[in-house]
Design a protein around this ligand. Structure first.
Ligand code: M6R
Length: 619
């Protein structure tokens, strides 16, 4: 939550920072702001609302007022203080010489604020972040840290509690930007005669793919010539360089109206890239595996912890992992996990699934699991993010950058990666013979083609979306792996179209929710294959006829050629026949398309739903 960018180099900082903010806006869009250093002058502009509001303001004041080749910017997801101009970042100290942008929450800000106010500082905002600007200004004028911006920032960081990334400038050090992090993301971009800091490499990908990942409690000073990493005590520290394996086109809309629409279309590649290289010499291979084969053999219980769509990917995987490994699998919302004293020990494997790798709820669940000595394996889409860093092993989903707030390609890639974890466990524990593991992997490898086929037929779903866009609510039903798909379909519709939507296990309907059915209510039913689990199929056919008899408008997602269901489907969406456990990879796609199209028809911004941000770094 909140996107930050900093730059020192040879180009106009305003252009570089605005370009970066455009690609960081997925992290929050309550306000945007920018600071540019020019010689000894620090100029700040900030505005509530989307980046477009800031750009309009810049046009009004004249962009030439912000010339200079060093600067920083911020796009906000509000935590402390309403999303209004005065709470927008950058924040400055009372002398207006120091500017700070912040991502995260300074948990001890109330005490720090009281201390500053007792010193006569008048706060200009309601934010926790502003305290950091005053504290840095004070440290810069006093004591050991006097006249040393990096030392001043380090001293302030030592006093802060909570999660934060800070980027700080001082008008007295015009060619320097200092940034620091604790439990919030920060990467450095290394260019020729220019350096960048940002929440995410997407901010500077058009200028360089060479990046450096900062560790916990590290601080970096960037100048035109180079960068220097230390800890919060000023001692030199190691940071990890890496080369980004995607380019600018991946972070651009590429002719699509919304990122989400592009990301839906990228799902076959996301799946193929996630699977690539994970089956070699007849064995499933994980990425950074710091869990031994013996430890995998000793696992006696699996937890999947995650939030939102990632949680749904875990619910899907439970069916496969239990089936393949005969291990009990519990899937838990990360935000609940550590508060209920789960039973964990060194033979528990906790799979933490997170696209961003920085979701605070999931990170805290990881920390709790490790404190209890459980092994943690992260499934993550973001190289070097905090969750994989704090885990014992990592399996990266190579879905590429996902910018639309609603998860699409990351969700499908998470299912595939979770399945790889299941197969790796089955292989280590010997619950599947090598030829069975090879067969399951081959079936997974056939999925990009199946998803491509679904994508070639979505026009009908779009049309349906436009026709039901005025509905008051939509229900989603499924059984077995179709149940989490129903939950995911409902989540997509809620977050994108602000429509009441709920997913149910179809068998539960008669225990209460069937009372919701009324004339014309759209109900989406995710059918299992008639060939796979025939009993499931026939039970679901009965459930559809029950709701149709009560007036529901049935929208049925079914396997091609499933004629038994046709009489019960007011609308039939066909998907290719695939093995039962892999059905979520095809049946989710029409639900994504449906939600996006309903949101468009209702006039909403599909990429930036209200109140949401892509990375949720607060609990
Ligand atoms: O980055 P993560 O995978 O940890 O994010 C988890 C959820 O916040 C995320 O899936 C969210 O539910 C999406 N907006 C769903 O579309």
């Amino acid at each position: 939550m909140c996107g930050i960018v900093g730059y020192v180099g040879h180009r106009p900082a305003l252009d570089v920072v605005l370009g970066g903010l455009r690609r960081m806006e997925y992290r929050g869009y309550d306000s945007a702001g920018i600071a540019v250093l020019d010689g000894g002058e620090l100029t700040v502009e900030r505005k509530a609302g989307r980046l477009a509001n800031l750009e309009a303001q810049l046009d009004k004041v004249g962009r030439e007022t912000m010339s200079g080749t060093a600067g920083m910017g911020h796009t906000r997801w509000a935590t402390h203080g309403a999303p209004i101009d005065r709470n927008s970042h950058p924040h400055r100290d009372t002398t207006q010489r120091v500017a700070v942008v912040h991502n995260g929450i300074i948990e001890n800000f109330a005490g720090l604020r009281a201390e500053l106010e007792a010193d006569g500082v008048e706060m200009a905002s309601d934010t926790d972040s502003e305290t950091a600007a005053h504290l840095v200004a004070r440290a810069y004028t006093d004591g050991d840290t006097k006249g040393d911006l990096a030392a001043s920032v380090a001293a302030v960081c030592r006093r802060l509690e909570g999660a934060f990334t800070l980027v700080v400038t001082h008008a007295d050090e015009p060619d320097t930007i200092v940034a620091a992090r604790r439990s919030s993301p920060l990467v450095v971009g290394v260019g020729e005669g220019e350096h960048f800091v940002a929440s995410d490499v997407a901010a500077f990908i058009e200028h360089t793919r060479e990046a450096v990942e900062l560790g916990q409690d590290q601080l970096v000073v960037i100048t035109r010539e180079g960068y220097e990493v230390t800890d919060f005590h000023g001692d030199a520290a190691q940071a990890k360089p890496f080369t980004v394996d995607w380019d600018l086109s991946a972070a651009e809309k590429g002719g699509h109206e919304y990122f989400m629409l592009k990301e839906i279309e990228e799902q076959p590649e996301a799946l193929a890239n996630t699977l690539r290289g994970h089956f070699e010499s007849g064995r499933i291979i994980l990425d950074e595996q710091r869990i031994s084969d013996q430890d995998l053999r000793d696992v006696d219980k699996v937890f999947v912890v995650a939030c939102g769509s990632a949680y749904h990917s875990g619910l899907v995987a439970k069916y496969a992992i239990e089936h393949w490994t005969r291990l009990p699998v519990e899937v838990e919302l990360a935000s609940e996990f550590r508060y209920r004293d789960p039973v964990l020990d060194r033979d528990t494997l906790v799979v933490a699934v997170s696209q961003s790798g920085e979701t605070a709820d999931t990170l805290e669940a990881v920390r709790h699991a490790r404190e209890q000595k459980a092994r943690v394996l992260a499934v993550c889409n973001t190289n070097g993010a905090q969750i994989p860093r704090e885990s014992d092993a990592v399996l990266y989903t190579h879905a590429g950058p996902e910018i639309g707030v609603a998860s699409t390609k990351a969700f499908l890639a998470q299912i595939a990666a979770n399945y790889l974890v299941g197969l790796a466990l089955a292989q280590a524990r010997g619950t599947k013979y090598p030829d069975e593991v090879a067969r399951e992997f081959a079936e997974l490898e056939a999925m990009p083609a199946a998803v491509r086929k679904v994508l070639s037929t979505v026009e009908q779903t779009r049309d349906l979306g436009r026709r039901i866009a005025d509905s008051r609510a939509v229900l989603f039903l499924g059984r077995h792996v179709g149940f989490p798909v129903a939950l995911e379909g409902a989540l997509k519709l809620k977050e994108l179209a602000y429509m009441h939507a709920e997913g149910f296990a179809a068998g539960e309907l008669k225990h209460g929710p069937i009372a919701l059915i009324e004339e014309g209510l759209p109900v989406v039913v995710v059918m299992p294959s008639p060939k796979g689990r025939a009993v499931l199929h026939s039970k679901l056919v009965s459930n559809i006829s029950e709701i149709q008899a009560r007036g529901a408008r049935t929208i049925v997602i079914a396997e091609e050629g499933d004629e038994t269901v046709r009489p019960f489907a007011d609308e039939l969406i066909e998907v290719p026949a695939v093995p039962t456990l892999l059905q979520p990879l095809v049946s989710t796609v029409p639900l994504q398309v449906l939600a996006a199209e309903i949101a468009r028809a209702r006039g909403y911004d599909v990429d930036k739903p209200r109140n949401l941000a892509k990375s949720v770094t607060v609990e």
